[in-house]
Design a protein around this ligand. Structure first.
Ligand code: ATP
Length: 308
């Protein structure tokens, strides 16, 4: 996440994430799942802008810059797109109100969210927006909360949010996702990402998955990444939610077979889907695969490298 001061505004680029490994270990008594996941942030961003306000309220504006909104504007109503709430239920407003209450803040803020990350995609756009909001308002309101306090607040809103606060492009996340162990990355990783028109609800996919302790260990992925051996690392991709998501959304099966014919090192779904990605040898290889996917007209497609 990058925070940048522009006159009296703070501009934040909130990245998407991919799951290189996602192990669903067990169902917990609290209703969540015990997971172990390797998450990487990628340079495909929502942009948020924060300005001080003379009012005590949080004012929130939303601009949809996703491919789907552009397609819907020019074509007909056949686009099936997840609805991002534009009221107080948006994670941005929820994060702002939670911070305001926690820190007993008496002033408000004007927030603009420009959305590029597709929703209900397993790319954690909403979580990243919430993390950006906590970090930016902590600065704008001069609250000086430390990372631990912000992360505790974040985990009350969603399990993926603390990862985006940790400031590292790649980390192992455990518990329900909120226990973060950053990992050093030797070099940039390149990906091609495809999002079908259909989206999936995270809760629904979790309800349909089968937890297991027998899924592949993350150790080979991490050791090969540490040695700069991307080819071996990519062959250790795993997603314990993919089988359930494929049952719920046939478009993912179509992406599985399409990616099998592309020049990518390895491929799988991200998070609870429906976004699907290929790990590529280079930026050029990723661009070539993106052109082929776009040509097939299957999905919204973009190329992104790992975050900084
Ligand atoms: P994850 O990988 O964390 O499950 P996701 O990509 O599947 O994330 P998100 O786009 O983060 O899903 O959001 C899931 C749902 O949350 C959306 O369908 C939407 O209804 C709601 N939501 C609330 N605030 C936001 C936001 N700022 N951006 C996107 N979705 C939001």
């Amino acid at each position: 996440m990058h925070l940048q001061q522009s006159e009296n505004r703070l501009i934040v680029q909130a990245p998407a994430k991919l799951n290189l490994s996602l192990r669903i270990l067990a169902r917990r008594p609290d209703g969540f799942h015990e997971i172990e996941t390797v998450m990487v942030s990628i340079q495909h961003y929502d942009t948020l802008s924060f300005a001080p306000s003379s009012q005590v309220d949080i004012s929130f504006r939303f601009e949809d810059l996703t491919y789907h909104s552009l397609a819907a504007a020019t074509h007909s109503s056949t686009v099936e797109t997840a609805v991002v709430p534009q009221d107080h239920t948006n994670l941005v407003v929820r994060a702002a109100l939670l911070l305001k209450e926690y820190a007993n803040v008496n002033y408000g803020a004007e927030i603009l969210l420009q959305k590029r990350i597709p929703a209900a995609a397993g790319l954690a756009g909403g979580s990243s927006d919430a993390a950006a909001t906590l970090a930016a308002l902590n600065q704008l309101w001069n609250l000086r909360l430390n990372l631990q306090e912000l992360s505790q607040l974040a985990s009350r809103l969603g399990s993926d949010i603390p990862f985006f606060l940790c400031g590292k492009p790649i980390a192992v996340c455990r518990g329900r996702g909120e226990i973060i162990e950053p990992v050093e990355l030797q070099e940039k990783l390149w990906f091609v990402v495809a999002k079908p028109q259909a989206g999936l609800s995270t809760a629904l996919v979790y309800r349909h998955c089968q937890p297991t302790q027998d899924s592949p260990s993350i150790a080979p992925l991490l050791s090969n990444l540490a040695n700069g051996d991307q080819i071996s690392a990519a062959h250790a991709l795993h997603n314990g939610l993919q089988a359930a998501a494929v049952e719920l959304c046939p478009a993912i099966r179509q992406l599985e077979s399409t990616f099998a014919n592309l020049d990518v090192i390895a491929h799988q779904m991200s998070g609870s889907g429906t976004a699907y990605f290929g790990w590529c040898r280079s930026e050029t290889a990723a661009q070539t695969a993106a052109q082929q996917l776009t040509h097939l007209g299957l999905a919204q497609v973009f190329v992104a490298c790992s975050g900084l």
